[in-house]
Structure formats: C-alpha cells, structure tokens
Design a protein around this ligand. Structure first.
Ligand code: ATP
Length: 219
C-alpha cells in the first residue's frame, strides 16, 4: 500500500479489498454512482461504517447522489497498489498448496504466485498451474532473484517456524500462514494467520450458540 494509506485505521484497511472488488464490478457494469446503502447490502458492512471508512479516503458521498464510482476505483487502485504486481511464493505443495497454485489469484487482484517450494523430489522440477516448484534448499537464492515480497505457508506446522526464520533472513515483507503454528517474526514482517480448522470450528460454534443472530459475522 502507498504511504498515504498509513493514516487509515487497520480495521478500515482490511475492508479495502472487499470494497475494491465490488466497485470494480460496478464499474465494469457501467454504473457511475453508488449509495452507501447499496454498498452496505452488497458487501455486508453496515452503512455507518462504510460512510466512516470512505471519509478516510476523502470520498464524501452526497445525499441523494452517493459516491462516484470512478473516483473510488482510482483511489482503491492507487491505495492497494493494483498497478504493480506483488510477487508471491508458496511453500509446501501438498493438498492445500496445490489448490492455491491452481487458483488464479490474478483474476481478482494483482498478486501472483510466481514460484513454489517443497522437499519432495517427485514434485521438484514440475509445474502446477504454470508455477515452477523448486527445492527448499534454493529458497534464499530464488526469493531474491524473483523479487518475492510475500510467502504463503502450506507446510506441516512442525517445520513452519524453521522456514519462517529462513524467510526472515530474506527481504520478505509478509507471510500468509495457513499452518496452525503461531509464528515468531521480526517487526519488519507482517503475518496474517488463517487456520481453516479453527475458522470452521468457530463457525459451527456460532451456529450452535447464537442461532439466527446476524451479528455472528466477524469483521
Ligand atoms: P495439506 O496440509 O496441504 O493438505 P498434505 O496433507 O498433502 O498437505 P503435509 O504433510 O501437510 O501434506 O505437507 C504439505 C507439503 O509440504 C507436502 O508437499 C510436503 O512435501 C511439504 N513439506 C513437508 N516438509 C517440508 C519442508 N520442510 N519444506 C518444504 N516443504 C515441506
């Protein structure tokens, strides 16, 4: 993200990609303006929050007019650095990793998995979804050569910290951690943790304990 976005609160920043995707759809369907109520319905964020978020972007909706779609689109593009591709590496080409390699992230945003790493000799030297798989021994060298900024971890939890320590010695800025391991990183690296089993369990818990409560959704 650009430096201008540093003033935006983190909770707002997290919603940016969500807004961006919807605004892109509106723009391609030829719509020129959108109200906070319409946005609220589509992205399932309450309209007061949307108005507050958008005020940080300098987008001030007018009563009875709404927001200008082109303005919002160019703002999101600039803020999310959509003109520039972020190169991503994936580590651990198991079931989950293979699914990510086959999934076309470029469709919705400018991130591209350029390379993958594994230690399984049967996988090394092959490609999945056009992504070449390298041996983990080559990690430091290839990350530097390919200018990789973000790593996705889909390895077993038992090796996650060890590999993270190696990533920390490279120029990696962000890690998307799909392993259950809690990672220690230097302050220069941002980690987002997605534990699918925990998310699923939490959803089931909410369904059981708060049936019919709309506020069960998390931000
Ligand atoms: P998933 O958890 O994605 O369903 P899986 O059950 O197929 O995967 P795991 O044992 O979780 O397999 O391993 C995921 C992948 O990580 C495998 O391809 C495995 O070869 C690889 N892997 C295991 N140890 C390492 C390591 N130290 N470095 C890189 N890759 C590794």
């Amino acid at each position: 993200m650009s430096n201008d976005s540093l003033k935006i609160p983190q909770a707002t920043a997290k919603r940016l990609p969500l807004y961006y995707r919807f605004i892109q759809n509106l723009h391609s369907s030829g719509k020129q303006r959108v109200s906070s109520a319409e946005l609220s319905e589509a992205v399932k964020v309450d309209s007061a929050t949307i108005r507050r978020d958008f005020s940080y972007f300098g987008a001030l909706g007018k009563k009875g007019y709404g927001y200008n779609v082109s303005y919002l689109l160019s703002f999101f593009r600039k803020t999310l650095d959509q003109d520039e591709v972020t190169n991503v590496a994936l580590i651990g080409v198991g079931n989950l990793g293979t699914a990510f390699l086959n999934y076309n992230f470029m469709k919705n945003n400018n991130t591209k998995i350029q390379i993958a790493f594994d230690i399984d000799e049967k996988k090394i030297g092959t490609t999945i979804g056009d992504v070449p798989i390298y041996h983990l021994d080559e990690l430091e060298q290839v990350l530097q050569e390919k200018d990789i900024a973000v790593a996705i971890l889909t390895i077993p939890a038992s090796v996650a910290q060890r590999i993270t320590d190696r990533l920390a010695s490279c120029e990696i800025k962000g890690i998307l951690n799909f392993t259950p391991a809690r990672l220690n990183v230097p302050s220069s690296i941002r980690v987002h943790h997605i534990d699918l089993a925990v998310e699923l369990q939490s959803l089931v818990y909410f369904l059981k304990n708060y049936p019919g409560v709309e506020e069960a959704k998390t931000e």
